[in-house]
Design a protein around this ligand. Structure first.
Ligand code: NDP
Length: 324
């Protein structure tokens, strides 16, 4: 495992990390999570991603129990949470968004569920048009000075919103965001590569990128329909099935996945490993957050590290052409 700096910060994260969206508390119970974390630690992974909104806080509870059970030194790994969507099933207006109140209370609640005394990384899961950016920057700055958060960041904010947060922090001598958490994979490149391009140097922005397999689309397993045991078949995720596979957009994306298959075959590797390895080629990526509903998937995905050296300039050009 290689370790990459989180942008300009001193923190070094494993280039592959592990997240729990959809999976923990739904497809993955505490026992399986424990085995998955064991595999992660053995591979050198040191960052685990979570959010208040995943399974209404249930995902953080499972992660907290599994990490406690493993008993690794707390200073040897990082955990995150994200605030915005809320953990309550029927949230009151004060239980969502990026107000000072919710940012502060969500941090305390996430620490309790994860059984930690501080969050290494804490993200604003989306921008909140109802809260002035300055109020959120102040709330994050206060959590940092209280030692409850070490690095704060954004997720899927526009370049303009990230710039506004930085400018406010600079003008008021506050802690600026250190990282963004955007989607980045062979099918979704525009924001990461184009919109954010000016921000990497200007602000030393680190990135913890999500959905390297586009929710599983880049495994190729949806090319012949929806497997019963897959994310797109889960009750409550009909929107994802529509978005990923069934809509006109989804069908276009499936065609792009089909076009990539022969390249994986030529290299003699699975498309999953190839797609994850491709994300690692970009030096602006601090860490690629993996997802897995089964231990075997995690084991396979970790082997992506062996595929990186196979991605010559010629292969990269083919991947860009066929995924476009
Ligand atoms: P992926 O795009 O890698 O999708 C993971 C899913 O794909 C798995 O749960 C599994 O689903 C399927 N899969 C993974 N590997 C294989 C394999 N080898 N063979 C077959 N199927 C496979 O990542 P995620 O979408 O899960 O995102 C990763 C993490 O990023 C999340 O856990 C979360 O921490 C973060 N994230 C952040 C977001 C944000 O807004 N900030 C949004 C989304 C994710 P199944 O078996 O059920 O089909």
């Amino acid at each position: 495992m290689n370790y990459r700096k989180l942008g300009r910060c001193g923190l070094k994260l494993s280039e592959l990390s592990f997240g729990s969206w959809v999976t923990f508390n739904k497809q993955v119970d505490t026992g399986v999570a424990e085995r998955m974390f064991g595999t992660c630690f053995d591979a050198g992974i040191n960052f685990f991603d979570n959010a208040e909104g995943y399974e209404s806080g249930g995902s953080e509870i499972v992660m907290g129990k599994a990490l406690q059970a493993l008993g690794r030194p707390r200073d040897s790994y990082c955990v995150s949470s994200k605030v915005f969507f809320g953990a309550a099933k029927d949230p009151a207006p004060t239980q969502v968004g990026l107000s000072r109140k919710h940012v502060t209370e969500a941090c305390h609640q996430a620490m309790q569920r994860l059984q930690v005394e501080y969050l290494d990384l804490y993200f604003c899961h989306r921008a909140d048009p109802d809260t002035p950016i300055g109020e959120t920057v102040w709330a994050m700055h206060n959590l940092v000075t209280q030692g409850k958060v070490l690095y704060w960041g954004t997720s899927e904010w526009t370049a303009e919103e990230i710039t506004e947060a930085h400018e406010f922090a600079r003008e008021n001598h506050l802690t600026a965001p250190s990282m963004e958490q955007p989607q980045y994979n062979l099918l979704d490149r525009e924001r990461f590569e184009v919109e954010y391009a000016p921000l990497y140097e200007k602000y030393g922005m680190g990135t913890t990128t999500w959905s390297p397999l586009a929710s599983g689309a880049l495994t190729g397993k949806y090319l012949n329909g929806i497997p019963e045991d897959s994310r797109a078949a889960l009750p409550g995720y009909e929107w994802l099935r529509e978005h990923m596979v069934e809509s006109e957009r989804g069908q276009g994306r499936m065609q792009r996945v089909a076009n990539l298959m022969p390249i994986a075959e030529e290299l003699g590797v699975s498309l999953s490993k190839l797609a994850i390895a491709w994300c690692l080629l970009n030096g602006k990526v601090s860490t690629v957050i993996l997802g897995a509903s089964r231990l075997e998937q995690l084991e396979e995905n970790l082997e992506a590290l062996e595929v990186v050296p196979l991605l010559t300039d010629e292969i990269q050009a083919k991947l860009s052409l066929q995924s476009a």
